[in-house]
Design a protein. Structure first.
Lengths: 656, 296
């Protein structure tokens, strides 16, 4: 029987409210109808009303009995017990609403509905006093509902669970549930779900079973022996499902708008399964491949396509199956835009040194011009070999400043490379030496990327950001150094161009739903559904749980990074529960020792109700009879006096 | 002023055939239609007796003398004037009904009926309103032609005040010492009772009739539930719970009361009739009062 299990405060509140209503009825519902009569002498039940406005209880004892009746009723509803109250059982229920619960097998109810129904059946089978905690089986998922005996809230919480896009960590969730039961003497741990495990989880589950057995054998009779039950949903047949488990893209090194695709597919079923992999951006199909997946086979498939515009790339396998979530995957395809570089140099000057460097970079379109010429297209970066001509230009620029010749001529080693800066982060060499270094005047905000050996060392390479433009000032002539012969020179030039324009994205990877740990900067993370995602930052790393599938946006100031999140490889081994795990709920050990009092309160309530009725009508009857008696008394002397007077007059008349 | 008291013509015509009964020992001026035990000049033969010296020789029965050779005197019943005084209760209790036929109006019609009957017999009709004391009366005589002032007088009477039957009767006996027919139209809801008033009328030698007028609601209350009753005369309030059981008790007591009043009237030589307002007053006059030996 499911009682309301009210708290003392709730009982007092309800009792007070009901008593107030009863008092109102006692005071008001018997408001008499006023009527003018010619005489009051014949009314049997009469009562003087000295003051009309004042209301008083006419049957106070009946009202007291009514109030007692209400009290006993509410006490009975509260289901109090006489005895130890700590005998109620704590139940931790692990609901597996992971990605597998999205399964919609043919001719069966969706697995999430089966999970809900199985959980509700289990809750209905529990005694009303058991406290139930509901947990999700996914990693780091918060509890669905804390320990409660409120069955209404419990059923609502179970009915409200939604399937997630992450995989379950069943041993970890069971461990958490067992920890939650550690403080209670009686416990029950139940798992409700499809029971899909991978090898690691299977091993973890065996360890968990071992710890459960140890707790039983270590302290028999101590009470710390939670019963462990498993309620699996679905049938035990292998699932027929195919899915994309991973998607990756790599830009071709020689052709930046050409991409290499790597897609991992898996067949979770036991039959051979032909699928067609389709890759598209928007409505444009980029790639279509037929793949034959063997039973339980994981297969990596490669493909190539050319696409310069970028966008959201979708990969999909057909025909669809019972689990729709892993039939598609997404990735962000960055667009390709080459960097226009204009080199202003005198004939046979700097251009000869830069041509080998710039021509090998497929992302650069270089134009070599004489000083003062106008480039065909507005350059993203301009390179000068004359500081005077570079001054005042309104674009990103690299300027080589030639110093005065030293006497006697000598070489100066370049030291102190700033590895933190994007321009020189790849430069580590100590073999670079220059002749005739220029003396560069530093300005506030300038960053020294390298210095000429000396005491003190003189700034030789400066990074400057001014008026929204970036400048790299090198205080030497490449022809007066061995730098062009070093491998660090093209790295420095590539770093400078990337720093001044945009980074080169040559890969595009997708991540699996679940807990993500990334090296990225973000002040805000927006999920595919548009909701903000809570995340933790630790140094350069950010950590968050990606519970949705799709494109996440990592926002950091004005910049924004897209992050594709797809379904992870799913665990595919079914849990094989043993007999004790499939047993029914143990009832005997958990019987409460307290004695039910609600029956007695019901009896008392009936007695109080009877007493109220008896007192009410006894009062009315007594009042009626007393007034009847009073009326008789009033009439009797009048009759006798009339008789007496009549007799006297007759006597007088007789004698007269 | 409108005259709701107007008795319909058919009823008035019916009253031509009705006679107000009174005791035949009433004294009064000769000339009306009331027969009396007093023998004398009259039209109706009563008896014979032997002639004695001094008797009026006009009443000698000469035919009997021729047959029997003895003088016999014919005796006739004398018809005398008997004043009819109608005490009309105008207290507040007579007019407290809501929506039902007014007891006050019913009583007014009865008063008018008795006045008309008196005027028909050439008697003097005196209408005396009273409540806690006697009010100014109206005395009319001279036949039915004097009936209209009676109606006007009754129309001008308003209800109000408490009932003091004894005091009113005492004043009445003082003001009208000559014996006659006294009709009291009242509900007799006097807290002091009506015994002393009746005894006073009886001792004054009046031939009295108690007309007890009440409504059906006063005999048995129809409303049930909690009632807050207000006495229209005293203003006293009483909260009662009226149920079928209570109504039974109430009715029993009311009937006991009316029986007591009836016994009191009969014991003191008077007559009693009970009029319920739901009975048409014509029926009550022509049937109820005949049954009660008030009319003939």
């Amino acid at each position: 029987m499911n009682w309301l299990t009210l708290s003392p405060i709730e009982i007092a509140g309800l009792w007070a409210a009901a008593s107030g209503v009863a008092l109102w009825f006692y005071l008001h519902h018997r408001r008499p109808v006023r009527k003018r009569v010619s005489t009051l002498r014949f009314w049997a039940s009469a009562e003087s009303v000295p003051q009309l406005r004042r209301r008083r209880l006419r049957e106070p004892w009946a009202f007291v009995a009514q109030v007692l009746f209400l009290l006993f009723i509410f006490l009975a509803l509260a289901d109090p017990r006489w005895g130890i109250e700590s005998e109620s059982r704590s139940v931790a229920m692990v609901l597996d609403t992971s990605l597998w619960s999205q399964m919609r097998p043919a001719n069966q109810a969706p697995w999430i509905d089966q999970v809900r129904q199985s959980a509700l059946r289990f809750v209905n089978a529990l005694p009303s006093g058991d406290r139930v905690l509901v947990l999700r089986a996914e990693a780091d998922a918060p509890p669905v509902l804390p320990f409660t005996t409120d069955r209404t809230a419990l059923r609502a919480a179970i009915a409200g669970v939604r399937p997630s896009n992450t995989i379950a960590d069943i041993p970890r969730a069971l461990g958490l549930a067992k920890s939650a039961l550690a403080g209670s003497r009686r416990g029950l741990l139940v798992y409700v779900g499809p029971g899909m495990l991978d090898d690691q989880q299977e091993q973890g589950l065996e360890d968990f079973r071992g710890t459960m057995e140890q707790s039983k054998s270590a302290a028999p009779g101590s009470g710390d022996r939670p019963q462990f039950l498993v309620r699996l949903i679905g049938d035990q047949r292998p699932v027929e499902n195919r899915g994309i488990t991973h998607l990756a893209l790599r830009r071709d090194a020689a052709q930046p708008d050409h991409w290499h695709l790597l897609a991992d597919l898996r067949n979770y079923g036991l039959g051979r399964s032909p699928v067609i992999l389709t890759v598209s951006v928007g409505d444009h199909t980029l790639l279509q491949q037929a793949v034959l997946l063997g039973p339980g086979e994981s297969l990596s498939t490669h493909g190539e396509f050319t696409w310069a515009q970028g966008g959201l790339l979708k990969a999909e396998i057909n025909p669809p199956d019972a689990l729709d979530a892993d039939n598609r995957a997404v990735a962000y395809l960055p667009s390709f835009s080459p960097v226009n570089v204009a080199v202003f140099s005198a004939k046979d000057g700097l251009a000869n040194e830069l041509k080998p460097v710039l021509s090998t970079n497929p992302y650069v379109r270089a134009e070599y011009l004489s000083p003062g010429s106008v480039p065909a297209a507005k350059p993203d970066v301009a390179i000068y070999d004359d500081a005077t001509k570079a001054a005042g230009l309104s674009s990103n620029s690299i300027v080589f400043v030639k110093g005065k010749p030293l006497t006697p001529p000598r070489s100066v080693r370049v030291l102190g490379w700033n590895v933190e800066h994007p321009v020189t982060r790849w430069v580590r060499t100590r073999d670079v030496s220059v002749r005739n270094p220029a003396s560069i005047e530093t300005q506030p905000g300038d960053l020294v990327l390298a210095s000429a050996q000396g005491n003190p060392p003189a700034a030789l390479i400066l990074a400057r950001e001014k008026d929204g433009h970036k400048q790299l000032i090198l205080g030497f002539d490449p022809r007066d150094s061995n730098f062009p012969e070093q491998a660090a020179f093209p790295l420095l030039m590539a770093g400078a161009l990337e720093w001044m324009t945009h980074p080169i994205e040559d890969t595009s990877a997708s991540f699996s739903a679940g807990e993500l740990d990334l090296t990225a900067s973000a002040t805000r993370i927006v999920a595919p559904s548009g909701h903000d995602v809570l995340f933790a930052r630790e140094g350069q790393d950010i950590r968050f749980v990606a519970s949705e599938i799709g494109m996440y946006r990592l926002i950091s100031g004005a910049s924004e990074t897209n992050l594709a999140v797809n379904t992870p490889p799913l665990p595919s081994q079914r849990w094989q529960p043993n007999a004790s795990e499939e047993a029914s709920i143990a009832r005997e050990p958990f019987q409460r020792t307290g004695r039910d009092l609600w029956k007695w309160f019901v009896v008392l309530a009936i007695l109080a109700l009877w007493a109220e009725r008896w007192l009410f009508y006894r009062h009315r009857k007594r009042q009626t009879s007393s007034e009847e008696r009073v009326d008789e008394d009033k009439l009797r002397p009048r009759q006798s006096s009339e008789k007496r007077r009549g007799s006297l007059l007759h006597s007088l008349r007789f004698f007269g | 002023m409108s005259t709701p008291l107007l008795l319909d013509r058919e009823f008035l015509a019916t009253l031509e055939q009705v006679t107000l009964l009174c005791r035949n020992d009433m004294s009064g001026p000769v000339g009306a239609d009331h027969r009396s035990r007093i023998h004398g000049a009259g039209l109706e033969f009563a008896d014979y007796r032997q002639y004695s010296y001094g008797d009026d020789p006009r009443f000698l029965d000469w035919n009997a003398y021729l047959r029997l050779d003895r003088l016999f005197l014919k005796i006739y019943q004398t018809e005398r004037h008997v004043p009819v005084r109608i005490l009309f209760d105008r207290s507040a209790s007579m007019n407290c009904e809501d929506g039902t036929e007014s007891k006050f109006l019913y009583a007014q019609r009865l008063v008018a009926t008795f006045a008309y009957l008196a005027l028909l017999r050439l008697d003097t009709a005196v209408v005396v309103p009273f409540a806690d004391r006697l009010n100014k009366p109206l005395s009319v005589s001279g036949g039915r032609a004097s009936f209209w002032p009676v109606l006007e007088f009754l129309n001008e009477i308003d209800s109000g005040g408490s009932t003091d039957l004894y005091r009113s009767t005492k004043e009445f006996v003082g003001n009208f010492p000559v014996r006659g027919v006294v009709v009291i139209v009242s509900d007799f809801f006097d807290e002091e009772g009506c015994a002393r008033a009746v005894e006073m009328l009886q001792s004054a030698g009046h031939d009295f009739v108690l007309l007890h007028v009440h409504t059906q609601e006063e005999q048995r209350p129809s409303e049930t539930g909690d009632l807050l009753l207000e006495d229209v005369e005293t203003g006293a309030l009483r909260a009662v719970e009226c149920s079928d059981e209570t109504a039974d008790i109430y009715e029993r007591r009311f009937l006991e009361f009316s029986t007591r009043v009836q016994r009191m009237a009969v014991r003191n030589g008077g007559r009693y009739a009970r009029a319920v307002t739901n009975v048409p007053y014509q029926d009550f006059v022509l049937q109820g009062l005949r049954t009660g030996r008030v009319l003939e």
